[in-house]
Design a protein around this ligand. Structure first.
Ligand code: CMP
Length: 140
């Protein structure tokens, strides 16, 4: 198994409820190391650019509005198979379908306010990490 990095975002529904530490505890318990982390307020332009891949989807406008509705915590995570491992600990996009013990099962409010984002492939992880962090921000 390869050591990988992936991009994680703790979304506004979770920061609003002061769940950053509880989400981080689950990530760390899953064997993921937080090698970079920053709490930021996304601008409209940043959210639109980050989610550009979903531009044609009917939920795009609402997604951008939600992601700019409060602070987010952007993180680079490192570990064996980090992309898949993070997706496992996050759980399904829709919390109604998420497995017991996952972040979304425990904390998500809805398919939109689903507490966390995680890269869906190693290729996208590299792009998404570079969107928020430069090399010297990441300390493994
Ligand atoms: P995320 O992993 O951040 O990637 C895109 C986001 O769109 C997704 O999580 C969901 O929170 C959000 N979203 C809102 N509505 C839907 C939907 N109907 N189907 C999929 N994703 C949705």
């Amino acid at each position: 198994m390869a050591v990988e990095r992936t991009l994680s975002i703790i979304k506004p529904d979770a920061t609003r409820r002061n769940l950053t530490g509880q989400v981080n505890a689950k990530l760390e318990a899953a064997g993921l190391r937080i090698v970079a982390q920053r709490r930021i307020q996304l601008s409209q332009g940043q959210a639109e650019a980050f989610y550009a891949v979903h531009k044609e989807r009917p939920f795009y406008g609402d997604l951008v509005a939600f992601m700019t509705s409060g602070p987010v915590v952007v993180q680079a995570l490192e570990g064996e198979n980090a992309v898949a491992r993070n997706r496992e600990v996050m759980g399904a996009t829709n919390p109604a379908d998420a497995a017991e013990g996952t972040i979304r099962k425990e904390f998500a409010e809805s398919i939109e306010a689903n507490s966390v984002h995680g890269s869906d492939s190693a290729e996208n992880a590299a792009i998404e990490i570079a969107f928020f962090f430069s090399g010297c921000d990441i300390v493994g």
